[in-house]
Design a protein around this ligand. Sequence first.
Ligand SMILES: O=C(O)CCC(=O)C(=O)O
Ligand SMILES: [Fe+2]
Length: 207
Amino acid sequence: MVPALIEGLVKQGWFVGTDMIDAGLCQTLMQEIQHLARHDILDEAGIGRGKQHHLRKDIRGDAIHWLDRESEAQRLYLEAMAYLQRELNQALYLGLFEYEAHFAHYPPGAFYQRHLDSFRGRANRVISTVGYLNPDWPSDGGGEMVIYAADDPARELARIPPSAGTFACFLSETVPHEVLPTRLPRASIAGWFRRNASLGGLVDPAR
Ligand SMILES: O=C(O)CCC(=O)C(=O)O
Ligand SMILES: [Fe+2]
């Protein structure tokens, strides 16, 4: 699994695999996000970080909750990501030092317009990850993540249904991607491996 992931990142800047996350773990994480959604504990997602953070439902329509190791399932997911971080650092000398991740819940009709997860020069988010939690996602469910070519953001390279167990990762600074409008409630965990980025005394705010 990990060698294929590393090869995908090196050769094309992205990787997608199905059955990458344990089915029982997916189920437990799905129950957690459903609980958060039902009890209105999720936060509306915005764009920008720090003081520039603001809501833009015309750009993204998900609601989020940052993982904080409050459950065994979250700890297991974060441990798997810590393992991946070590493997990536060993193979690619990326100097990744931190991982941040949030549950994301897209209600029917929600989408996330084409974007990059990190801006060049800010050197904050290096590799993006998305783990999908939705069992039995139907072919007409919508909500696919579309990956576009780095050198031609109009050229579609992959369309990924958000099916439980599927795991995607890509270079945060260069790979444009989008979440198409979903027809059904859609659950995922979006996360980012970060480099230590305090540039010219400017502290890079997490999140
Ligand atoms: O959920 C997905 O498929 C991708 C989400 C995304 O692009 C993001 O949260 O930055
Ligand atoms: Fe993204």
